[in-house]
Ligand binder design. Structure first.
Ligand code: 4AD
Ligand code: MG
Length: 459
């Protein structure tokens, strides 16, 4: 059995004999002694292995390349060198898998662009080790948060027949022959398709999540989400993960309260449980990150109306590339201006015009806005989108008609308003945007293991 290096540094005591397995990050020879930094992915620093010429295969070991896989037995000792408390005095080193000078991850610092081109190897680098450890821990923290609050975890379907957001960004799922589909009146006949209708990959689990909220009270989903939007930005991926809580007997203010508590919980979690990796981000990715996250964990999030946000933008001395006018959607430049310049911290924008939001949002008494909310954060812009849902059947159906959304396919959704309907609200947090926010990484391609973006689907 191997000891995990992270545990070796925290749980084992000096003098103990240990067996480790891992990969060489660096190997340095000095006065007939080999100093090897071995990493097994469990922490950032790895551990220093010290091997001298008493080792049977010292000659062979001293010529090993970066990236080689080793199994080492040795004694844990206090390290005389600065920068580490302990090191392993090697007794045996078994060479499991060699490497050579063509290994693309040599010790020097590589650019993120270069590392993206070797996505199959980048998890072995310091930055991506830290990113994917943080990502894994955060996923677990999210389940912990909702479990502590008695939310039911529901797996909503990945193949879906409805376009929840109504933006027409569904990836089609079909078994019809793309070149020669069966035709009906000159159009592909989806009644002959696998599911007997047009289907796609889900853009959101919300509509199905609502059905469960109306049975279990508080629920959440956490799953993969797909959008065929052709936006080549540093914040959009074609496949991403989303967390979507939904609460029955709740309104927009309750929704914002939950979102604020959730984000602060995750900030505190990252600071407390991912210290080594967060310190690395602070030093190498974004100076001041720790201070920024600490501030957010304590801050009171601002809440302003969409109408106020528009006035603030119109009064600003900055000239924006996109127009600012009541009724138009906010662009990333506007969102960042509000959260970075006007407020200087996380900001909820509430009550958007109904014409720029989805059909399911609850209409406000003014007749022109809906009970929507977006949470904007510095650097990232929109991190959460949510709303109170329209629970009144007549208003819901009228709105669907206005938007040209067919009633029949959503019969099940409309049924939920027919029996035991009640006020309810929820939101979606983009998981990659969260990881970006907490790590300081600026490109969504660098916080998801295998990014899918327009024209990119390697592996
Ligand atoms: O604002 P969106 O589109 O809201 C919904 O899908 C609702 N159904 C959520 C709900 O109320 N249950 O998406 C929610 C969040 C965004 O704020 C953003 O963080 C993330 O999902 N997101 C993306 N992340 C990465 N790449 C994309 N293409 C994304 N589109 C949305
Ligand atoms: Mg949105």
């Amino acid at each position: 059995m191997r000891t995990v290096i992270k545990n070796l540094l925290t749980k084992a005591s000096t003098g103990e004999t240990c067996r480790l397995s891992g990969w060489i990050r660096s190997l340095r020879l000095s006065k007939g002694i080999a100093f090897i930094v071995l990493n097994d992915g469990s922490n950032l620093a790895g551990i220093q292995i010290v091997a001298d010429q008493t080792l049977a295969n010292f000659e062979e070991v001293s010529h090993l390349g970066t990236g080689s896989a080793l199994r080492v037995t040795g004694t844990l000792v206090a390290s005389p060198a600065a920068g580490q408390e302990r090191e392993l005095q090697a007794q045996t080193i078994e060479i499991i898998g060699t490497s050579d000078e063509n290994y693309p991850l040599q010790k020097k610092r590589h650019t993120f662009e270069y590392l993206r081109s070797i996505a199959h190897l980048r998890p072995r680098s310091n930055t991506f080790g830290a990113v994917f450890r943080l990502r894994s821990k955060l996923a677990q923290a999210i389940h912990r948060f909702f479990s502590e609050k008695d939310f039911l975890y529901v797996h909503t379907p990945i193949i879906s027949a409805s376009d929840c957001e109504g933006a027409g960004e569904l990836f089609r799922v079909t078994t019809l022959d793309a070149g020669q589909p069966p035709l009906l009146n000159g159009q592909p006949d989806f009644s002959q398709d696998f599911f007997g209708q047009k289907t796609g990959l889900t853009v959101s689990g919300q509509l199905e999540g609502e059905l469960f909220a109306l049975a279990f009270g508080d629920i959440y989903t956490f799953g993969p989400t797909f959008r065929a939007e052709n936006s080549n930005t540093a914040r959009h991926a074609s496949e991403f993960w989303m967390i979507e809580p939904e609460m029955a007997f709740a309104d927009l203010a309750d929704d914002a309260d939950l979102a604020e508590e959730f984000i602060k919980y995750l900030c505190r979690f990252a600071l407390e449980e991912c210290c080594e990796d967060m310190a690395f981000f602070d030093k190498h990715v974004e100076n001041g990150l720790l201070e920024r996250i600490r501030t957010v964990a304590e801050a009171e999030f601002a809440r302003i109306d969409y109408g106020d946000a528009i006035s603030r933008l119109q009064q600003s001395p900055t000239s924006f590339a996109y127009p600012v006018e009541w009724g138009l959607d906010l662009q990333t430049e506007h969102e960042r201006y509000i959260t970075e310049q006007v407020i200087g911290g996380p900001t909820f924008i509430l009550n958007y015009p109904k014409d720029i939001k989805a059909f399911y949002m609850r209409q406000n008494p003014d007749g022109r806005t809906v009970a929507a909310m977006d949470l904007l954060v510095p650097k990232v812009g929109e991190i959460i989108g949510g709303s109170q849902r329209e629970e009144r059947l007549d208003l819901l159906e009228t709105r669907m008609d206005e938007l040209g959304i067919a009633r029949d396919p959503l019969w099940w959704y409309r049924d939920s308003r027919r029996w035991g309907s009640c006020p309810h609200a929820g939101f979606g947090l983009g998981f990659e945007r969260l990881v970006m926010y907490l790590s300081g990484m600026e490109n969504i391609r660098d916080v998801i293991p295998f990014p899918r973006t327009p024209r990119h689907c390697e592996f």
